[in-house]
Design a protein. Structure first.
Length: 339
């Protein structure tokens, strides 16, 4: 599945190609408990149809009416309207009127989609898992596309707006079994670029058939982790339940900059694994402490889908800086699924 904001871009291109007047709205700044983050997109068609969201429904009705009026005014002009800034909730009274929670407020950039040609290469590059920076000139409405980095974030200085598109976060799965397929589906929904390494050809072939958007990487897991390289925007999860594959991948992963490293298995197996990694490969206590195992939050998960949910919930928590290790209860369920 594709992310909400990428769907917005596709809808905007389709509407423009069909002859509709379209306006794009981007969240550029938030204060308080604004529901949608900077970079969130909304496309508004001249007949009032919308795609996406900038506030979760709080200001959309007013914004649609405002943008529709601007689109109709622009229709009678020879020159297209320039991008402009729209603010909501700058006072407590306005925040209350629009239902923004806890006095939250939004700053938005609205632009008429006059020339949509840039959408074609942008969507093509996103489909190839590339990171792309789109810069909008507020004075002219001109758009430029450039390569972006994972550290790059939205920037708005009043003169230009630069937004980054593509998967900023990456998940490498070691193993292509049933649980990996469930994790891959959920991670893709959450805007992760999903990679998978499994030297067992029959497993890799099944995953490639089921999930063609997942990028399979050939080679042994430890070589793949080392060559990736695993940076601070990368999570690595070992799911083969085969020490010959998992341990070598974890050896490299725990010494890398990956923000999350996890492994499937019971508490007993995790204890044995840490002993092997320390005694035979010299991993330090600090490196071993980075290992999330048993992997995932303690949700009592039993099915591949539930286990995938627990894994991705923990990864998202660590990514957002709010997760802490939680004691595992019944962990043998995951082990039974993998043996």
């Amino acid at each position: 599945m594709e992310s909400l904001d990428h769907s917005v871009l596709r809808d905007a291109l389709a509407w423009h190609s069909a002859g509709h007047r379209v306006s794009l709205v981007t969240v550029v700044q938030t204060w308080g408990s604004a529901p949608r983050p900077p970079g969130a997109l909304l496309a508004i068609r001249d007949d009032g149809m919308v795609s996406g969201s900038v506030s979760g429904g709080c200001v959309e009705d007013d914004l649609i009416a405002r943008v529709q009026a601007a689109l109709h005014r622009a229709e009678s002009k020879t020159a297209p309207s320039k991008p402009n800034v729209i603010a909501y909730g700058v006072t407590q009274e306005e925040a209350a009127r629009f239902g923004l929670p806890c006095g939250g407020s939004l700053r938005l950039v609205q632009e008429a989609l006059v020339d949509a040609s840039w959408l074609v290469p942008l969507l093509s590059r996103i489909a190839q898992h590339q990171l792309v920076a789109r810069t909008l000139d507020m004075a002219s409405g001109a758009v430029q596309l450039q390569d972006a980095t994972r550290e790059q974030a939205l920037q708005f200085d009043g003169a230009t707006l630069t937004t980054v598109f593509g998967p900023k976060w990456r998940l490498l799965l070691i193993g292509a079994g049933q649980i990996s397929r469930a994790v891959a589906q959920m991670a893709s929904l959450l805007d992760f670029e999903v990679l998978c390494c499994d030297p067992r050809e029959e497993y890799a072939a099944m995953l490639a058939t089921d999930l063609p958007t997942v990028r399979l990487i050939a080679g042994m897991p430890d070589d793949v982790v080392r060559e990736l390289p695993a940076d601070a925007h990368c999570a690595i999860v070992a799911l083969t339940h085969d020490p010959k594959l998992d341990d070598m991948a974890l050896l490299e992963a725990l010494r890398s900059d990956a923000f999350y490293v996890g492994a499937l298995g019971s508490r007993l197996n995790q204890h044995k694994r840490k002993q092997r990694l320390a005694e035979h490969f010299g991993l330090t206590a600090a490196e071993l402490a980075r290992l999330h195992g048993p992997v995932g939050l303690a949700l009592g998960a039993r099915t591949p889908g539930e286990i995938a949910l627990s894994i991705m919930a923990e990864i998202i928590g660590v990514k957002n800086g709010v997760a802490s290790p939680s004691p595992w209860g019944a962990v043998d369920t995951t082990e039974r699924l993998c043996t």
